[in-house]
Ligand binder design. Structure first.
Ligand code: PMP
Length: 400
């Protein structure tokens, strides 16, 4: 029966890594693999109050079909948050989506023709690669350094691919590297996008989770021609299970997203939207986010200290000022999948770098998540990964 699948079903392949990662869910495994927020920080009690209030005040409407664009008080609250970070949009520029993942998928559906070129960071977010691959996009990867995507390399590739459709970027605490694009590069990216007439898709789920350094305005803040489509989410600052994300873009774009979202799922969960809006009405979400930042800062600091203490001395790694991930660069020729397999034998998991490179591995690495494990688990897990790295790098068995 598999011959019945559409051609596009062949475009996304279940990667070996994804299959192995299922093993990391076993309780005995210390897992730095997922991108899961710390569950103990979910505001469960406050959400009970918010749920009751929604059902008491607005029960029937919260369980009814609702407009595709989203619940207006929630769009208003998002609009206010956008203004606070320097994006002066109106409510009409905001569409609520089922997580930011849906926004990424709708972006592919809306903009990508067969073999259209997407320019992205190398490496980049795995599930965006797969979403765009399902529309048969081609990828042009741009090298990164500690300050994110390199603009001279971007310009070269824009010259080489004058018909590129869009630049997909995660400017803040990038997934998987944890790196952040500097203010100057954000401005330069806009200049280049204007000059070469490409769209920018700014995927920004982590900007709110800055725990050190200076806050930077989103790329969209510098947008002069309405060519930045900004995508974000409540997943990392509130609760991913509610599946509330949004697109902020010019109204003409939003209208088209609405048409496509309508055929995808009619609208985002009415109840979840109202719960999120009610929570923000009753409580100060900034206070909540402060707690998240403090915990992630402590965990990130712990993980960085463990790298210094337990990992081979010559490895390079990112030192994030926010977000959820640290990226370990592996020396040339070292196979991250093999390191990952050895780690798993020792009941510790991370994500090997391979699937984050849409055209095949460039500078291989390991992605480590620090938000979801306790201090004790971080210390124990990092010791185990350190032992594997020392052993495998010394033996040379990790060399391809
Ligand atoms: N973009 C990036 C860069 C992500 O890391 C994630 C989730 N880890 C998402 C989008 C999707 O998040 P959600 O659908 O929960 O909003």
């Amino acid at each position: 029966m598999e011959n019945k699948f559409a051609e596009r079903a062949r475009l996304v392949k279940s990667s070996e890594t994804r299959e192995i990662l299922k093993v990391t869910e076993q309780p005995e495994v210390i897992s730095f693999a997922g991108g899961l927020p710390a569950p103990e920080l979910f505001p469960v009690e406050d959400l009970k109050t918010a749920c009751h209030a929604v059902l008491n005040e607005d029960g029937a409407a919260s369980l009814q079909y609702s407009p595709t664009e989203g619940y207006i008080p929630l769009r208003e609250a998002i609009c206010k948050r956008m203004q606070e970070i320097g994006v002066y949009s109106t409510v009409k520029d905001i569409l609520i989506t089922s997580g930011s993942q849906q926004a990424i998928d709708l972006t592919g559906r809306l903009f990508i023709n067969d073999k259209d070129v997407i320019i992205c960071e190398s490496p980049t977010y795995l599930a965006a690669i797969n979403a765009f691959k399902s529309y048969n996009a081609e990828f042009v990867e741009i090298e990164m350094d500690e300050n994110g995507m390199m603009m001279d390399h971007l310009e070269k590739k824009l010259q080489e691919y004058p018909n590129a459709k869009l630049i997909y970027t995660i400017p803040d605490f990038q997934n998987p590297t944890g790196r952040t694009l500097t203010r100057e590069r954000r401005q330069r990216m806009i200049e280049l996008a204007n000059a070469y007439d490409v769209l920018i898709v700014e995927d920004n789920p982590y900007g709110g989770v800055r725990f050190a350094g200076e806050t930077l305005p989103p790329v969209k803040h510098f947008d002069t021609e309405g060519r930045v489509i900004y995508i974000s989410t409540f997943s990392k600052i509130f609760a991913p299970g509610l599946r509330i994300g949004w697109v902020c873009a010019d109204e003409a774009f939003i209208d088209k997203y609405v048409e496509f979202k309508q055929v995808a799922d009619l609208h985002t969960d009415s109840f979840a939207q109202r719960i999120t809006a009610k929570y923000m009405e009753l409580y100060d979400i900034e206070e909540h986010i402060k707690k998240i930042r403090a915990v992630y800062k402590a965990r990130c600091t712990e993980m960085l200290a463990c790298i210094k203490e337990f990992f081979p001395k010559d490895l390079s790694y990112s030192k994030p000022e926010g977000g959820l991930f640290i990226w370990i660069e592996l020396p040339e020729g070292v196979n991250s999948t093999l390191i990952f397999a050895e780690c798993l034998k020792n009941n510790v998991a991370c994500v090997p770098g391979v699937p984050f490179f849409p055209n095949g591995t460039q500078k291989d690495g390991l992605r480590l998540n620090y938000s979801n494990m306790s201090k004790e688990q971080i210390i124990e897990g990092m010791k185990r990964i350190g032992e594997v790295l020392h052993r495998e790098l010394a033996k040379g068995t990790a060399l391809l």
